[in-house]
Design a protein around this ligand. Sequence first.
Ligand SMILES: Cc1ncc(COP(=O)(O)O)c(C=O)c1O
Length: 490
Amino acid sequence: MSKLYERLAAYGNLNVSPFHMPGHKRKSGRFSLGDPFAIDITEIDGFDNLHHACGILKEAMEEAAAVYGAQKSYFLVNGSSCGILAAVSACVPQGGTLLVARNCHKSVYHAIALRGLFPLYLWPDPVPGWGMNGAVKPEEVEEALLANPDVKAVLITSPTYEGICSDLRRICETAHRQRVPVIVDAAPGAHFSFWEICEAAVSCGADLVIESLHKTLPSLTQTAILHKNSSFVEEKLLEWYLQVYQTSSPSYVLMASVDSCISYMAGKQGKGDMEVYVSELGRLRQRISGLSHIRLLSGEETGGIFYDDSRLVVRAEGWSGRQLYDSLRLRYGIQPEMCTENYVILMTSVADGPEDFLRLSDALAELDRKWKEKDRGPAEEADGPAGFLKPQTVLRPGEAMEKKMLSCSLEVCEGRVSGEFAYVYPPGIPVLVPGERITAEVLKILKGYEEGGFEVLGPENFAGGEMLVIEEEESELGKNFLYNGKERFR
Ligand SMILES: Cc1ncc(COP(=O)(O)O)c(C=O)c1O
């Protein structure tokens, strides 16, 4: 057996509670599809072709569309990332303009770079005291659309990684008045259609919605779905891009997992299990909310229209996110999804049992009891992530990436134009995008990440104190060089 397999098998035998993706929580008995080798086939007779579906896959996708209330749904086997690439490519022509929330996942930026698009940013408001992005305001979407009639699509992430939901209904109404389609990256919200407290993006009128089933539902990693619900998006073009960005050998194991997951969630068993999960989750949230020094993010604080209660975003007074994350992991065998400098994200799903919730609430209650006055530290509001810095966009990301670059020491790259992305994963939201000006604030945030034990990804040699910048000086780049907001096409 391989080392990787052995490591995975050994990990599976440890008594660790998974408060992270995938949503099946490794409950193989409950969601098993049996031996994966026994059902791993290719496009043999009787089994259809994902990219030209006309048999059993077409039927399965039609059933999924009926469950979600979409015109058409497409199974994705390369995660939400491939759905996002296809959605953006189908809506915005090469070199066109995308109105996009700045707190988007890197796959959105990849689409922008690959298609040579002009990103026009919407800046979500920060959530006070938490250092995270909040919701996108419909009024800002309207203002941006009226000022920029060349925008070809709007792209919003809702829910966010932290569970914050924008008012998609109003955003879609606004965009549709201008005949502009809305793409919703709902990767962390695949459970919304099976849970009454949050309205799913498809029901809000979004034109294209991408959801990672693997993140919050009992489905295998890499499985996702794209829903089309629009007359603004050309179906043939979307389908063409889907087969461009997905493998030509889609796994039937993964597709069977998508199909089984949707049948389970829409069926009697899933509905019953959801009821139990939601009521257990309510009790868990109540217990954590009653703690004195550990704080649970509540929907009211976020400024969003809904809040995804399945996400537990917690912080301990005076502690860094890393301290709380490590305590949960090392002292209590609880593996969270991620941490930032300030908080920890724990993901729950229908696959969690009461024993998992009890273990978590007992651990948090004990940490709360053991909290000491000296832990409080200096009274300091959480810093916002770099998303709030609004770096100036100087060149389109795709254009910047093709320019000649030079390696520049971090000490002297301030003021230069970046040739690289810089982000921490998760969440994979870029702090800096190619073509943006490197400012002292951006460098401070990136260095702070590194000091806090987070690896800065994107730059070839950030750890070695270097970044790639565009070689040409600003004055040499000519009049097309500068663009920012309304001035961008000068
Ligand atoms: C908001 C968001 N969008 C898209 C993605 C990409 O999803 P996938 O990993 O299914 O490709 C992620 C992954 O973390 C995400 O958080």
